[in-house]
Design a protein around this ligand. Structure first.
Ligand SMILES: NC(=O)c1ccc[n+]([C@@H]2O[C@H](COP(=O)([O-])OP(=O)(O)OC[C@H]3O[C@@H](n4cnc5c(N)ncnc54)[C@H](OP(=O)(O)O)[C@@H]3O)[C@@H](O)[C@H]2O)c1
Length: 330
């Protein structure tokens, strides 16, 4: 099969080689059990793959390896008892191996793809939306009527979080850096948008009537303290990622003074090996897809070629990505 491999750890521009490699077996290395084999139509591209081209991600397979954590496509084979069968359209989280014509994923991380979503949208469903639901609801305890501030709101996790929060009945304030990203965040469903280089903390307090109930932060860096200051009494800040580069530190007296919380949300670490949690999140998201509120935004799509993959990775690396970036595998 055709697959994109990382052959050296030299960064997005030079790490990749397109070649013919053997198709994966049906056993998924994460579970050591038979997985769902998928004929891939679209592969999602995300921050971890950028880091993998530099050998900077926590999962460090020996080179050469096929990156790509999630795909959408058609089931070729599935184990007994899986919720999907040969011929079904699916979204699947394979962890590695997605930039290829065939991928294998654990059955509990493979979900039927509703007709309302195309394959490109399916390739943007699991990592971002499961993370959003896990972070907002299971970790952040977001409930109807609350206000949530979403950083990096035009990005993959950001747009997913806007839609999931809206689906729960929360009000969303998006933090973005450009006009174009404001448009994307509003298209995703944000009620309000504020600029990361402006007085966003004061604006968020005003727009929320005194302070937000939840901050969802995939960005980190120096905006962290202002995020804490933007919380209402009893507010929660959910830590999701560090795209700004630096890992913030908390002066815990701030938490005591305002009765606030900082909560970590590591989706992968929590859900791998917990089939029931994955099925629960998948079922809740299926309802939100059914009601029309969840519709992954595909910001750009590139072919499964070296040039295509480089463009995709550099878009993410250069802060230019909006929504989900996808490789069209055909
Ligand atoms: N905890 C988990 O379980 C989990 C799961 C999935 C992903 N993540 C992490 O969440 C983060 C976001 O992922 P994503 O897919 O949403 O990424 P993305 O689509 O590239 O969006 C990230 C956003 O971060 C903002 N940003 C601020 N400073 C940046 C900088 N120096 N470089 C790049 N972006 C910057 C950008 O928004 P503005 O330009 O508007 O500021 C950008 O839109 C990543 O760190 C990822 O690894 C964590």
């Amino acid at each position: 099969m055709r697959a994109q491999q990382i052959t050296e750890l030299s960064g997005p521009a030079s790490a990749l080689t397109l070649g013919d490699v053997p198709e994966p077996g049906a056993t998924h290395p994460m579970t050591n059990a038979e997985g769902v084999v998928v004929d891939v139509r679209a592969a999602g591209v995300s921050f971890p793959e950028v880091l993998q081209t530099r050998g900077e991600y926590q999962i460090k397979p020996p080179t050469p390896f096929v990156p790509g954590s999630e795909v959408a496509g058609v089931v070729r084979s599935a184990p007994e008892g899986a919720g999907v069968k040969a011929g079904d359209r699916v979204a699947a989280f394979c962890m590695l191996g997605g930039f290829a014509e065939v991928a294998v994923a654990p059955d509990y991380l493979t979900f039927a793809l509703p007709d309302a979503l195309d394959f490109a949208q399916g390739a943007g469903l699991i990592l971002n939306y499961h993370t959003a639901y896990f972070s907002l609801v299971l970790r952040g305890r977001l409930s109807q009527g609350e206000t949530v501030l979403v950083h990096g709101a035009a990005g993959g996790v950001g747009t997913a979080s806007i839609q999931v929060a809206r689906g729960i009945g929360a009000k969303v304030i998006a933090v973005v850096s450009t006009d174009e990203k404001e448009r994307v965040a509003r298209d995703a469903g944000a009620d309000e948008a504020v600029r990361s280089d402006g007085p966003w903390r004061d604006e968020a307090k005003e727009l929320s009537g005194g302070g937000v109930d939840l901050v969802l932060d995939p960005v980190g860096g120096d905006r962290f303290t202002d995020s804490l200051r933007s919380l209402a009494e009893g507010g929660r800040l959910v830590v999701v990622g560090f795209t700004a580069g630096s890992i913030p530190e908390v002066r815990v007296n701030r938490l005591l003074l305002n009765n606030t919380e900082v909560i970590g949300a590591g989706w992968g670490a929590f859900v791998i090996g917990k089939p029931d949690v994955n099925r629960e999140i998948g079922a809740e998201l299926a309802k939100l897809i059914g009601s029309g509120v969840v519709r992954p935004l595909v910001g750009a799509s590139f072919p499964l070629s070296v040039a295509g993959a480089i463009e995709a990775l550099e878009l993410i690396d250069g802060r230019g990505a909006t929504g989900k970036i996808v490789l069209d595998v055909g």
